[in-house]
Design a protein around this ligand. Structure first.
Ligand code: F6R
Length: 612
């Protein structure tokens, strides 16, 4: 979490850094700050609140300077406040720093620095790091780059940092370990950012700084060293990102745009991977493990949040088609257990951002124990795809709304392809069955388009239940993870308390909550558990609950019981999660808008969870 931007060049830094922070605001948005360097020295402006608050505050201030750096924060150490906002300065105020990550041993270092006379102005771990750098420079009498390198050897934790020095006003120092950092290469200018979105309109040439690397950046040159002091040759890559992908394109919110993008994003995800006429799936990213897949004992899926829900859908699909046992684990729990993992296990790590700290730690642990690790990730070049042995990108395009929508359906699509691919390798599916399934999958984007047409009806339903304080989402089979995802979407953006449950579990507890005030959303599509779900609906109606049902087009049974029915196109059971999710995304979106919530940046959340 936290977004960082830096600029050194010939242009005014303020507008570049400010715009960059707005692009990175999805990473954290409880406070923001910018430092600028010009001939008269440095200026630091920082404010609690969104980047817009900082912008307004600095309106009448001196914003000149062609070197600058900025930070948008998701608080870990210290409440969101002006004084805890970045940049932070050293004891002598000559050095300033912005930081994304956590310095875990900051408390011990801080105590030591206090005993040496350092005074701290904030409650953050970051300030400790810049004081430490100053102290090392003072004691060792070395240049700043070397002092930063030595200081980074003394800290535990994750960081992406940028440092400015009043005594050397024509340079920036940047470093990373565990938190992402991209350097944009221009003509006589460099850009630094947590991801490429602030850079794309200035240059397409970027260097992804690797873990344990430190860079000295001037207008003309860039020197990259490893923390062990060995100089590195930078690899300049071309960005595939397009500017229009980062704009709302006429929609009121990124979330709505991303919901409507799903017919396209799912198509992109399948492109070049399915051959319906031949009944064949090709996944180039895991091809070299095709043989191994024939003999694996087990698959463990690790992920967090929405990505974990996608993993649960994957469990149904892989077990159904490839007949391989699957366990789905919260990465945050798995990493702290002592799980039994063997070389015959495949771990699939799912992450939209590719930066989630818990998922990364789970991967590292499973790797050490000999498992083969596959990644399913949306952000190309992120840390998780680098950590895994092989993987499949979701190709959903940048997801800017904090609540995941198109990334979820793309993850489910990749898992569907993986299930079919594994079944193909293991011979647990016939070619004719695959032809049938892939032919239908090929048309899922059009069916999603039809599901989106329920928008007006969903809005009407949203109007009726928007003032509820609780909501239940129930489903069975692969409808259960869909229910979990529907509940998560609603609670995270509208702040209505919502729970997802397997429909049959309702009678073991949650049924006590049901009264005439309680909306209950059922995934009641025509699949193998249809009849059972109907019985569950009756149980809710008998207790005067308000039933909203997601049903298959043309359904007549559920319509007799439910208060509201939202139709989705008919599809094979394997593809129902992709379709049933759409109205639930729209429902949470409209409820949140009606309640006046900030849909794209819900409170307390951040898009990329780089802390434990
Ligand atoms: C919810 C949401 C989160 C993420 C979770 C994992 O809408 O977006 O629950 O799914 O933080 O993030 P990734 O997928 O980036 O690892």
């Amino acid at each position: 979490m936290c977004g960082i931007v830096g600029y050194i060049g010939y242009r005014e830094a303020w507008p570049i850094v400010l715009k960059g922070l707005k692009r990175l605001e999805y990473r954290g948005y409880d406070s923001a700050g910018i430092a600028l360097m010009n001939n008269g020295g440095d200026h630091i402006y920082k404010k609690a609140g969104k980047v817009a608050v900082l912008e307004e505050f600095a309106e009448t201030q001196d914003k000149s300077g062609s070197i600058g750096m900025g930070h948008t924060r998701w608080a870990t150490h210290g409440v969101p406040s002006d004084r805890n906002s970045h940049p932070h300065t050293s004891n002598n105020d000559k050095l300033s720093i912005i930081h994304n990550g956590i310095i875990e041993n900051y408390a011990t270092l801080k105590e030591e620095l206090i005993s040496r006379g350092h005074e701290f102005k904030s409650d953050t771990d970051t300030e400790v790091l810049i004081h430490l750098i100053e102290e090392i420079q003072k004691i060792e009498k070395i240049d700043l780059l070397e002092a930063v390198r030595l200081a980074l050897h003394e800290v535990n934790g994750a960081y992406a940092i940028v440092i400015m020095d009043k005594d050397n006003p024509d340079r920036l120092i940047a470093a990373r370990k565990g938190s992402p950092m991209v350097i944009g290469v221009g003509q006589g200018e460099y850009f630094i950012a947590s991801d490429a979105t602030p850079i794309i309109e200035y240059t397409k040439n970027v260097i992804y700084l690797k873990d344990g690397e430190i860079a000295l950046i001037t207008r003309e040159d860039l020197l990259i060293k490893h923390l062990d002091n060995v100089v590195q040759t930078p690899l300049i890559q071309e960005l595939e990102l397009k500017l229009e992908m980062l704009e709302k394109g006429g929609f009121d919110h990124f979330m709505l745009k991303e919901i409507y993008e799903q017919p396209r994003s799912i198509k992109d995800c399948m492109r070049g991977r399915i051959y319906p006429e031949e009944g064949k799936v090709q996944l180039g990213g895991i091809k070299e493990f095709a043989e191994k897949l024939k003999n694996i004992d087990r698959i463990i899926i690790v992920a967090c949040g929405t990505s974990w829900h996608a993993g649960l859908v994957g469990e149904y699909l892989i077990e159904e088609y490839a007949r391989i046992p699957v366990e789905v684990e919260y990465a945050s729990e798995f990493r702290y257990r002592n799980p039994i993992i063997t070389e015959k296990d495949v771990v699939i790590a799912i992450s939209q951002s590719g930066e989630t700290a818990d998922t990364m730690a789970a991967i590292e642990m499973a790797k050490e124990r000999g498992a083969t690790i596959f990644g399913i990730c949306n952000v190309a070049g992120a840390s998780i795809p680098r950590l895994t042995h092989a993987g499949v990108y979701t190709h959903a395009g940048p997801e800017i709304g904090v609540a995941s929508t198109k990334a979820f359906t793309a993850q489910v699509t990749v898992l569907t392809l993986m299930a079919f691919y594994m079944a193909q390798q293991k011979g647990t599916i016939t070619t004719s069955k695959l032809i049938e399934l892939l032919t239908e999958l090929d048309h899922i984007p059009e069916k999603i388009q039809v599901a989106l047409e329920s928008n007006d009806l969903v809005k009407e339903v949203a109007e009726k239940i928007k003032d509820s304080t609780n909501c239940l989402f129930l489903g069975r089979g692969s409808g259960f993870p869909v229910a979990l995802e529907g509940a998560l979407k609603l609670k995270e953006i509208s702040y209505i308390h919502a729970e997802g449950y397997p429909a049959a579990e309702m009678k073991h507890g949650p049924i006590a909550l049901i009264d005439e005030e309680m909306p209950v959303v059922f995934i009641a599509t025509q699949n193998s558990s249809y009849e059972k779900v109907i019985s569950n609906i009756q149980e809710v109606k008998a207790r005067k609950g308000k039933v909203i049902a997601i049903v298959t087009q043309g359904d007549t049974e559920v319509k007799k019981m439910a208060d509201y029915c939202i139709e989705i196109p008919d599809a094979k059971e394997a593809f129902l999660p992709l379709l049933a999710t759409i109205p639930l995304q729209l429902l949470s979106y409209h409820i949140a808008v009606m309640r006046g919530c900030n849909v794209d940046q819900p409170r307390n959340l951040a898009k990329s969870v780089t802390v434990e």
